[in-house]
Write a protein that binds this ligand. Structure first.
Ligand SMILES: Nc1ncnc2c1ncn2[C@@H]1O[C@H](COP(=O)(O)OP(=O)(O)OP(=O)(O)O)[C@@H](O)[C@H]1O
Length: 283
């Protein structure tokens, strides 16, 4: 079990995270917040690339700083951008990564075959990485992160830049790999985690806003989301979520406490919740 206890992280006089407490057991956790909210900061703290200004992070009750290499040995991490040698094949690159982790060659080779199969790269195992698409490279990255069969798998915006098909494929892969481990996945793409994250963590004003299931987060906005015909002037207290196509033509999706005249109630989705929660924060 991983516990973040009252963690604050300052960069000089700027507070990126303030008094954050979280408990992670097994399953997929999605870190969902707008750019600059502190997702990468939390990930760097969890991967010991940064240390808290205040508070502590515990793995099974022991401080991860004190555990050091022992903690990093049970961690798999895919950063936003991972470095690789374009002239390598996935198999060569995975062997290199396994050697860095001191995994014996024979054990590594068996594991690499299994991982290449799992991430759907068996047929491309001996092709040069320079020829790979973004999605294929991300699958190599996740295979590297899985080499040590980690108990804790951390993925920082793993689907950024992938096309929809690769995104779905990657999501399925994460779901397959989650099993008994803790998977923490950062993103600002709602659809990436709506279906696979059991718990969604949101930050607001650099503090923890919630850690809850997608259904419970959406339930806060039950009976508050409506379709109105496009072009309807919005009254006070009505917030425009998005524009789109309804069954009877173009519509606007509106958040408001009382049903607007002519409004058709619709079930709130996680994207509605995201837009509603961060409505004061203009990009
Ligand atoms: N080394 C640093 N020095 C000063 N400020 C920093 C530093 N790293 C991050 N920040 C600031 O801390 C805040 C949180 O940054 P962080 O990268 O954690 O956000 P994020 O949610 O991961 O955003 P993104 O989705 O854009 O990566 C931002 O305002 C950022 O500018």
């Amino acid at each position: 079990m991983l516990c973040v206890e009252h963690v604050t992280k300052n960069y000089g006089s700027f507070t990126a995270l303030e008094d954050v407490s979280l408990t992670f057991t097994s399953g997929v956790y999605g870190l969902l917040a707008p750019n600059g909210a502190g997702k990468t900061t939390l990930i760097k703290l969890l991967t010991t690339l940064l240390f808290p200004t205040r508070g502590q992070i515990l793995w099974d009750g022991e401080d991860i700083q004190a555990l050091g290499a022992e903690y990093r040995g049970l961690l798999g991490y895919l950063p936003q951008q991972f470095g690789y040698y374009p002239g390598d094949t996935p198999r060569q690159f995975l062997r290199y990564a396994a050697a860095l982790q001191c995994i014996p060659r024979r054990e590594a080779d068996g594991r690499i075959d299994h991982l290449l199969e799992t991430v759907g790269l068996r047929d491309a195992a001996d092709k040069k990485l320079r020829k790979f698409s973004g999605g294929m490279l991300q699958r190599v990255g996740i295979a590297v992160a899985m080499l040590n069969d980690p108990k804790l798998l951390i993925l920082d915006e793993p689907t950024a830049g992938l096309d929809p098909r690769e995104r779905v494929r990657f999501r399925n892969l994460i779901h397959t790999l989650s099993g008994e481990r803790i998977v923490i996945l950062s993103t600002h793409i709602v659809s990436d985690i709506e279906t696979i994250a059991g718990q969604i963590i949101m930050f607001k004003d650099h503090r923890l806003y919630c850690c809850d299931s997608p259904a419970r987060i959406c339930a806060q906005f039950q009976d508050k989301v409506f379709h109105l015909p496009a072009g309807t002037p919005l009254a006070q207290g009505q917030f425009l979520l998005s524009e789109g196509q309804g069954e009877a033509g173009p519509v606007v999706r509106v958040l408001c406490d009382a049903p607007p005249s002519g409004g058709i109630p619709v079930a709130p989705g996680l994207e509605d919740a995201f837009l509603a929660i961060y409505r004061e924060e203009q990009p």
